[in-house]
Write a protein that binds this ligand. Structure first.
Ligand SMILES: [Zn+2]
Length: 304
């Protein structure tokens, strides 16, 4: 039943969201691999690797510096090797850091030679006496799809707000809890691009903790500017569209979150026969909404 509910949850999450995205990204090149992955080159150093045929239509991102490349998320696909796709793009050493530890962002993670996580007490608690990180099912949620995650060998722990030089390209990693406790975003400072994971994308957002979501969004706003381009981990109902956003989407989210906190936002009870037993749905703008106070059918709370 859990599998059914979670599948419906994510199907609803991707299939019944709001309207068209503000930004219809125009990638310079597009390539397809095994009908599983599609690669959009967004800039000389940034590639979106999408899985438009996967029901959650995840998008992962590859940032390529002169010396090193970094994958933000590892895709969802287990059958096909996402690192083979990456090798068609770059021969630089590649590390991967997940936006968070839900199963749909970790599909190919064990295929990477170098795995990074954030250096937080929460994530360090998963390191056991064998030196490996054992991500619990309660975090991974992969049982919903019959997936198990092997223990991970983590080669580097990244500090909150740490700046990493990939070779002529600097990125900053921010811990941004709110969707879940371990959510992060990656800011490509050199190119003014923010990769937002599940914190912000042009569809339904799922709030795990209001105060964290507010604090993280406030932090994000201090790091970006009106010219920043933002890319999320899930598109709207058209899975072929890159989940691209602009600065005003982040501002709209911030405004909505503070209004929710102040009790002045206009939310409406929302439930879904397949998944959501109860929630409050707040419009952020014409593309984005956010669900709060989420109880999954069966009584489980999404909050933390
Ligand atoms: Zn996700």
């Amino acid at each position: 039943m859990l599998k059914y509910f979670l599948c419906c949850f994510f199907l609803a999450h991707t299939a019944f969201c709001l309207a068209e995205p503000l930004v219809d990204a125009k990638p310079s090149t597009t390539s397809f691999y095994n009908n599983a992955f599609v690669v959009h080159q967004l800039s000389p150093s940034l590639y979106a690797i999408g899985e438009p045929n996967y029901y959650q239509a995840n998008y992962s991102y590859l940032i390529v510096g002169a010396e090193k490349a970094l994958m933000f998320d590892a895709g969802a696909n287990l059958q096909h090797d996402i690192t083979e796709v990456i090798r068609t793009i770059t021969d630089k050493p590649v590390a991967v850091i997940p936006s968070h530890l839900h199963f749909d962002h970790l599909g190919g993670i064990a295929r990477f030679d170098e795995i990074w996580l954030m250096n937080t007490p929460y994530l360090r608690s998963f390191k056991k006496s064998d030196g490996l990180f054992h991500i619990p099912e309660s975090v991974h949620l992969g049982a919903a799809e019959g997936l198990a995650l092997p223990p991970l060998k983590v080669s580097r722990l990244i500090q909150h707000m740490e700046v990493i030089d990939l070779g002529g390209l600097q990125i900053k990693v921010l811990a941004t809890p709110g969707h879940c406790l371990d959510e992060i975003v990656v800011h490509d400072i050199s190119n003014n691009i923010l990769l937002t994971g599940d914190h912000l994308y042009p569809s339904w957002l799922l709030m795990g903790n209001l105060d964290d979501y507010i604090a993280s969004t406030d932090l994000i706003i201090t790091q970006i500017n009106p010219h920043t381009l933002l890319y999320g981990a899930h598109p709207d109902e058209d899975s072929s569209k890159i989940p691209a956003m602009v600065y005003s989407d982040a501002i709209d989210l911030q405004t909505t979150l503070h209004s929710i906190k102040a009790g002045t936002a206009q939310g409406h009870p929302y439930k879904n026969a397949d998944l959501i037993e109860s929630s409050i749905r707040y419009p952020v703008n014409k593309n984005i909404s956010i669900l709060t106070d989420i109880t999954i059918i069966g009584g489980e709370s999404f909050s933390y």
